[in-house]
Ligand binder design. Sequence first.
Ligand code: GLN
Length: 277
Amino acid sequence: MTYNEICIALADAGIENDRGEAAMLICHFCGINKADLMQRREESFENSNLDAAVIKRCSHYPLQYILGYWDFCHETYRVTQDTLIPRQDTEKLVELAIRMMPEKARLIDLCTGSGCIAISALAARPDCHAVAVDLFEKTLEVAGENAETNKVGDRIGFLKGNVLDPVFMETLGDFDCILSNPPYIETHQIPLLEEEVSFEPETALDGGDDGLDFYRVIIGQYGKYLRRGGFMLLEIGCDQGKAVAAIAAEAGYRCEIYKDYGGNDRVTYLTRPELPS
Ligand code: GLN
C-alpha cells in the first residue's frame, strides 16, 4: 500500500488524524524515518505487518497498542492492553510534581499503569525516589520495564496493591507527595466513550457510579502517610473539580485546581494546614 492509500483507508474508517497515523505506521513497520517517507510517498510498501496494522487500526484498535509504545513528557513508554495509554492531559500533573517536590522527595504513585507519572517525575528529578502501586501483576511488569528503559529503575519500587484498600501502606513509611491519575469515569459513561477506549483496561477507567470512588478513599484515608508539609496531586475529570474540592474540604485539605493545556480543569493540588505539634 502507498502512503496515500493508507491515508484514504484510515480516513474512510473515521480516523481523524489519517495522515499523521499513516506516516507513523509506515515508519514503524518499514523501519524508515519521516524524512525518508517524504521521498518515498508514491512507493507501494509491500509489508504484510503494515497491511495487518492498517486493517486493525481501521477497526479503531488504538494506534498506541499497535505500535507498542507511546511518548509521554520526555520519555517513551511501552504500552500494552494491560496499561492505560498515557494521555497528554496527564503531563500537567507531572509538570506540577516536578516543580513542587521538595529536595530528595519520596513520592508514591497510586494506580501507576504504565508507570508514566512516577517515571517521568523521577527522570526529571534525579534527587527523588518513588514507590508505584497497581492492582495487576502484568501491569506492574510493563511499568517495571518502562522504569528500566527510562533509566530510573534504581530509584523506584513497585508494589501490587489495591488502592481502594490501603492496608499495603502500613509498611511503606511516609511520603512527601502522593500522585495519582485514578480511574474517574462514571460507570454508566464508559460504553459511551470513543471506540478506542473500549480496548483499554476498564479497571483503569471505572471510578464507580459517580466516578469519585478513588478520590473518597485517597483523600479520606491516605493523609496519614503524608509527611509534614506534604501534598497530593490528583488528576480529575474536567467536570469533577467542585466535587473533589468538596471531598477535600471535608477531610481538612486546601484544594487548588489546575487546568491542562486544553484549558480544562485537570489536576487538584491538596495541602493540609499544619497541625500544631
Ligand atoms: N497513571 C497511569 C496514567 O496516568 C494510569 C492511570 C490509570 O490506570 N487510571 O496513565
